[in-house]
Ligand binder design. Structure first.
Ligand SMILES: Cc1cc2nc3c(=O)[nH]c(=O)nc-3n(C[C@H](O)[C@H](O)[C@H](O)COP(=O)(O)OP(=O)(O)OC[C@H]3O[C@@H](n4cnc5c(N)ncnc54)[C@H](O)[C@@H]3O)c2cc1C
Length: 413
């Protein structure tokens, strides 16, 4: 068992931190204070900055980096540490457009969007939730009906991160058989309307509703068709090679083992778990620093045992969250379907406990913890957002319960 990063990963983490401090923290601090959601221009500006350090959906930039899933966890944590809003903005725009480069040459979606992807100009959203279908995603009402060589999609979506500013959507709808299918929707070609939703934290995040009215999408744009193309014709080998995957990596095996919707959800959950770990880490760093600086009763407050107890709790939450996250990623890298349960455990734990971590950080900072002059109150608001997206704490708890008890014990199906 190896709990450490390699030397290369440490160098990468240091340069990422340096980049985030210089280029991203000033934007995050300013925009979170203003409290308005990002525009598409903001999102593209940020994506182009990330491209400069090799973080883009383009395999030519990201190749070797994406080969090790633990580095993906590292990036999600580091982004969560400085700005969960920007982490969400980037998470979808890094991952969803990456698929474009594995489509067969000549496929319309690839021809239309690949140049934009290369320029980091795609703002992507993943949209499953509907007003009457959140945890119970079987209740989806959005339909996709085949008409010639196009699907006609009708329905409303809600709480789509990046949705209002997106120009590419990976959207879930029910086809005529009643099965769920995911569609890649190029907004310029297949327009959909949207509106923003306000929320407690993640203020710079753009989250909203999508409205699809007779939205016509090429039939070949389904995820099933695209994964089928990747699985056949040597594409999987090409992908492994381009991503410089080590020969003992079995992550691609998951494509054949889990249905695409479950697989996407498991990776989204793990992304949220690492973002929450990043917030806990930020709370820990700020609290340790303040405990040494702030003097009360003639001593730094860090000398008080009750303060040390709170530091212990924040540190333990942070460390446990991190370990659960890397355990899940290790299972994914080994192509183990246990990845699904492990990602639920990591998400449920980290995204719930981070609220306690942020609350202790406020307590340690006293009145300053509640002031908007310091980022601690923002950590708390952002932390409280974590338990809901990509499966609530309850739902992820039930995924683990079902796994522990075996067939026949599911509390929700
Ligand atoms: C900031 C933010 C970003 C989001 N981003 C996205 C996104 O990008 N794409 C997307 O598709 N969705 C997104 N979502 C939506 C999110 O995934 C849903 O809000 C979530 O799945 C919960 O659904 P709901 O809000 O309808 O709550 P409900 O499903 O109505 O749940 C309400 C409460 O009931 C509980 N509950 C429900 N069923 C059970 C059960 N069987 N047993 C026990 N408890 C139960 C839930 O745990 C919850 O506490 C986002 C949400 C937020 C807040």
């Amino acid at each position: 068992m190896d709990f450490g990063f390699s030397e290369d990963q440490k160098i990468f983490r240091d340069s990422l931190r340096d980049f985030l401090e210089k280029e991203i923290v000033p934007i995050a601090d300013e925009k979170e204070k203003i409290g308005e959601p990002a525009t598409r221009e903001d999102a593209i500006d940020i994506a182009k900055r990330f491209k400069k350090i090799g973080l883009s959906p383009d395999i030519e930039d990201i190749g070797g980096f994406a080969s090790d899933l633990s580095t993906v966890g590292l990036v999600a944590e580091e982004l969560g540490r400085v700005s969960p809003s920007i982490a969400l903005l980037m998470g979808y725009s890094l991952s969803i457009p990456a698929v474009l480069q594995f489509l067969p040459d000549g496929m319309d979606l690839k021809e239309r969007l690949l140049p934009k992807m290369k320029r980091s100009e795609i703002v992507a959203t993943y949209s499953l939730t509907e007003p009457e279908a959140g945890s119970d995603s079987r209740a989806l009402k959005t339909t996709a009906v085949l008409d010639g060589d196009e699907y006609v999609i009708n329905g409303s979506k809600t709480w789509a991160s990046n949705g209002p500013i997106s120009n590419l959507a990976l959207l879930v709808a029910k086809v005529e058989s009643g099965e769920q299918e995911m569609f890649f929707i190029d907004r310029d070609q297949s327009p959909y309307d949207s509106s923003e939703l306000g929320h407690l934290g993640l203020k710079f995040g753009s989250t909203g509703e999508l409205f699809l009215e007779d939205c016509r999408v090429p039939a070949e744009n389904t995820l099933t068709n695209i994964i089928g193309g990747i699985m056949s014709g040597g594409k999987i080998e090409e992908l492994t090679e381009d991503l410089e995957m080590p020969s003992d990596s079995h992550v691609m095996d998951l494509l054949g083992m889990m249905n695409p919707v479950s697989l996407v959800l498991a990776f989204l959950r793990i992304g949220m778990a690492f973002m929450a770990t990043g917030i806990s880490q930020a709370c820990l760093e700020a609290s340790v620093k303040y405990s040494k600086e702030r003097v009360a009763f003639g001593k730094p407050i860090g000398k008080f045992q009750l303060i040390q107890n709170m530091l212990f709790k924040i540190a333990t939450i942070t460390e446990t969250s991190r370990l659960l996250g890397y355990k899940a990623l290790d299972l994914a890298a080994n192509g183990s379907p246990e990845f699904r349960t492990a990602s639920s455990m990591a998400k449920a734990y980290s995204c719930k406990e981070v609220v306690d971590a942020a609350s202790y950080a406020i307590e340690i900072h006293g009145g300053n913890g509640l002031s908007d002059e310091l980022p601690i109150e923002r950590y708390f608001r952002d932390a409280r957002m974590m338990s809901i997206p990509d499966g609530t704490t309850n739902m992820n708890t039930l995924v683990v319960g079902r796994e522990l008890l075996g067939p026949g014990y599911s509390a929700y199906v």
